[in-house]
Design a protein around this ligand. Structure first.
Ligand code: HEC
Length: 121
């Protein structure tokens, strides 16, 4: 084969790599981190301790089970004595179920508490 042919095969190989999920996942952005910094940070703050009055420290809340937290993030939460309530998906309806799991993993990694069970991407 001529050098030219090898170049084409190499180019095709590179193109194929982009379609293998594990390889493309590495280059994709971190979904959970992106969601947190776009939507949740306004109320919960960079440190998760709460940027506004009535927002609880996430670390204490993250001791709860995944099912509870996924439900709260997806549907929102309003405890009767709370000064402020948590809007469903932090107010961004576009956040997918995968996004909810990803942001939960991100918060567990960043603020501590609980096992990281879901992929962050
Ligand atoms: C408008 C402000 C606001 C935004 C935006 C917001 N939260 Fe909250 N969040 C709250 C408040 C207030 C609470 C406490 C609600 C309560 O206990 O009544 C809360 C509680 C929580 C809890 C604890 C739930 C529980 O079951 O105890 C989690 C987890 C959480 N938020 C995650 C998020 C995520 C993830 C986002 C972004 C997608 C987000 N929040 C966006 C205000 C907000």
């Amino acid at each position: 084969m001529r050098l030219y042919d090898y170049k084409i095969i190499f180019a095709l190989f590179i193109l194929m790599l982009g379609n293998i999920p594990s390889v493309s996942a590495i280059s994709s952005s971190k979904l959970g981190e992106q969601i947190y910094s776009e939507t949740c940070i306004t109320c919960h703050g960079d440190d998760g301790k709460g940027a506004l009055d009535g927002v609880p420290d996430l670390k204490t809340r993250l001791s709860q089970k995944d099912v509870v937290l996924i439900q709260s993030i997806t549907k929102g939460l309003e405890k009767s004595n709370a000064a402020l309530s948590m809007p469903a998906k932090g107010g961004d309806e576009e956040i997918s179920p995968r996004g909810v799991k990803s942001v939960l993993t991100y918060m567990r990694q960043k603020f501590g508490q609980g096992k990281n069970r879901y992929p962050i991407r």
